[in-house]
Design a protein around this ligand. Sequence first.
Ligand code: CDP
Ligand code: MG
Length: 140
Amino acid sequence: MAIERTLSIIKPDATARNLTGKINAKFEDAGLRIVAQKRIQLTPAQAGKFYEVHASRPFYGELCEFMASAPVVVQVLEGEGAIAKNREVMGATNPADAAPGTIRAEFAQSVGENSVHGSDAPETAAVEIAYFFSGLELVG
Ligand code: CDP
Ligand code: MG
């Protein structure tokens, strides 16, 4: 399987509860390498642009507000099949459906405040990585 990169975000509910290290350990234990990482505070407009694919969904306003409510940690994860592997480590969107041992099963508070974001395909991963990182910040 090819080496891929994917965009991950540790969301405000998780940074607020000091879970960055525990979540990063899940990625590293699964063989994903954190090749770029920074803690930033999004504005609602920046969160809105990131999630614009969901603009027509009923939860969009709440989602943008939540993502701007406290700092997030944005990161690039690298590894074999990193996009699917990260989604596996994250677990299902709704923590009630997330498999035991996944980040969302262990840490998520609700379907909205679900601790992590992960890209869902190579095309979205490329766009999402470029939204937060320049080429110079990706050191492998
Ligand atoms: O994050 P993931 O790719 O698993 O799910 P999504 O369908 O792309 O939705 C993006 C984000 O919107 C989720 O991670 C939730 O934070 C939020 N969401 C929500 O608040 N209520 C829903 N019914 C579905 C998603
Ligand atoms: Mg998604």
